[in-house]
Design a protein around this ligand. Structure first.
Ligand SMILES: NC(=O)C1=CN([C@@H]2O[C@H](COP(=O)(O)OP(=O)(O)OC[C@H]3O[C@@H](n4cnc5c(N)ncnc54)[C@H](O)[C@@H]3O)[C@@H](O)[C@H]2O)C=CC1
Ligand code: BAL
Length: 497
């Protein structure tokens, strides 16, 4: 497939599975209800998806628990689990064109992103965690001669994974890969906007040899299926990515039910800081643009606040506007498209509403700022730059989750850090400087879970990812740290006789 017509035509021919996947089988929702899933680039209904609720979650959790207790996965030799997960990765790779098309259809993200980032990174993430299945050793401690101590790690049990719509397969993989590698059973709830790719992936998990009941997918609405997972007394851990509002619900659900472990990744308002010493602005503007425009800004770590030292502000903004002009917005199936559609009409309204508020509170829109391509029926927003932003304005405080960059000028490094850290969030920050001392000093001072220097990056799958402050709670995705979320630690103290 090499051109736009191929991608669109191939997407039109997809045979989409829309049912839940419970105990190794596709099944309709127990209630028989469905909900519509919409193509964000056309506003048209793609298909109807099973609307799982309490009953479906109960069935999925029961299947997950049965499988866990039976031990066909949880007690399998870790080396064999590794082989199955590597087969799962191979199958995803074999079907990656199809999965990328589904992702684009349901998410409105550019096909170039889905093919170059979402799918390959998901596959590599799965492989990396699979490889760890037989390499994470237990520990011992120094003891008296007549004692043996063991610190062993055991799978936590049934893991609920509640997934957002911006990176359905990718974020799901951040959770599934370490959880499965550790021997857990999973009940996964995709975001209602983007259920299709994860429903499809369930069949590949089964084909790879993951036993029935270990990998379940229950599509459904947040306040039904999501809430049912959160409140379920037999779910041991929930790993969630999404809004802070819903993250807080999961803490409440846990408190009201079985005190299940809760791990939250709740977005951000990440700064991109540009220091006056930067000599070559060309690579910097590219990275700033990627930071805010990749995935049309629907990215938890999006660099949405540009904090720039006054002496280089005008030069930087001029170059940045030229760079923004290169980011083609439109049909996500077109190979040249770099900015797709906002996920849904409600989100489009949120993004355009925040842009308007930014202007009303004193910001100056100097690039973009409007909904475009309305005739397509899709939810497209222009890449947007708002200047003269103060850090106390709504546009600088709320997560926009769109292609909207707020520009805040500062006098010096101290003010840059003060503004960067003056946010309830703390997910990520990127920093541009040619001075190694400035880089180290500021990287240490930034209150964020990930700091990238001279690039916009979350780091690869080996790097832990999660936020400080209201951006994160309870653990990290990715890296070795991700395994801790899904493993209990047991101390065994043996008195020798
Ligand atoms: N990666 C991130 O950091 C993400 C951040 N967001 C932020 O959240 C804002 C709103 O987007 P939404 O789709 O409304 O995100 P959301 O937080 O409502 O949705 C995320 C997941 O939570 C589930 N959910 C929703 N309500 C629930 C409830 N009451 N109980 C249990 N589960 C529930 C959803 O079905 C979905 O699977 C966005 O504008 C963006 O600012 C949204 C998605 C991802
Ligand atoms: N940046 C990938 C994860 C997320 O946006 O939720």
């Amino acid at each position: 497939m090499s051109n736009e017509i191929d991608f669109a035509a191939a997407a039109a021919k997809l045979k989409l599975e829309t049912r839940a996947f419970i105990d190794g089988k596709y099944v309709p929702a127990a209630s028989g209800r469905t909900f519509a899933t919409v193509n964000p680039a056309t506003g048209k209904v793609i298909t109807e998806v099973a609307a799982g609720d309490d009953e479906d979650v109960n069935r999925a959790v029961a299947a997950a628990r049965r499988a866990f207790e039976a031990g066909s996965w949880s007690k399998m030799h870790p080396r064999d689990r590794k082989k199955v997960l590597l087969r799962f990765a191979d199958l995803i790779e074999k079907h990656q064109d199809e999965l990328a098309l589904i992702e684009v259809l349901d998410c409105g993200k550019p096909i170039s992103d889905a093919r170059a980032v979402d799918l390959p990174d998901s596959i590599e993430t799965l492989r990396w965690h699979a490889e760890l299945a037989d390499k994470l050793h237990d520990q011992t401690t120094q003891t008296p001669a007549d004692v043996v101590s063991l610190i062993v790690r055991e799978p936590i049990g049934v893991v609920g994974a509640v997934i957002p719509w911006n990176f359905p397969i990718f974020v799901a993989m951040w959770k599934l890969a370490p959880a499965l590698a550790g021997g857990n059973s999973i009940v996964l709830k995709p975001a209602e906007q983007t259920s299709l790719s994860l429903i499809r992936m369930a069949a590949l998990a089964s084909e790879a040899g993951i036993p029935d009941g270990v990998f379940n997918v229950v599509p459904g609405l947040g306040h039904e299926a999501g809430k049912a997972i959160g409140l379920h007394g037999d779910v041991d851990c929930v790993s969630f990515t999404g809004s802070g509002e819903v993250g807080r619900y999961f803490l409440e659900y846990s408190a009201k039910s079985n005190l299940k472990k809760v791990v939250l990744e709740c977005g951000g308002k990440s700064p991109a800081l540009v220091m006056r010493d930067v000599q070559d602005l060309a690579p910097v503007v590219q990275q700033i643009a990627i930071g805010i425009l990749f995935c049309q800004g629907e990215n938890c770590s999006a660099g949405s606040r540009l904090i720039v030292e006054e002496p280089i502000r005008d030069q930087l903004l001029e170059a940045l506007k030229a760079e923004f002009a290169n980011w083609t917005v439109g049909n996500p199936f077109a190979a040249a498209t770099r900015v797709g559609a906002m996920i849904e009409a409600r989100h489009l309204d949120k993004v355009t509403g925040l842009i308007a508020k930014g202007a009303a509170e004193g910001g100056k829109i100097t690039f973009g700022g409007k909904r475009i391509l309305e005739e397509s029926g899709g939810y497209f927003v222009q890449p947007t730059i708002i200047e003269n932003v103060r850090n106390d304005m709504t546009i600088a405080r709320e997560e926009v989750f769109g292609p909207v960059l707020s520009v805040i000028s500062v006098k010096d490094e101290a003010e840059a850090l003060k503004v960067a850290n003056d946010t309830p969030y703390g997910l990520a920050a990127s920093l541009y400087t040619d001075n190694l001392n400035v880089a180290h000093r500021m990287a240490k001072a930034l209150r964020a879970g990930t700091v990238s220097v001279n690039c916009f990056s979350e780091g690869d799958f080996a790097m832990p990812f999660g936020g400080y402050k209201e951006s994160g709670f309870g653990g990290k995705d990715k890296g070795l740290a991700a395994h801790d979320q899904y493993l209990e630690q047991k101390s065994i103290w043996i008195q020798l006789r």
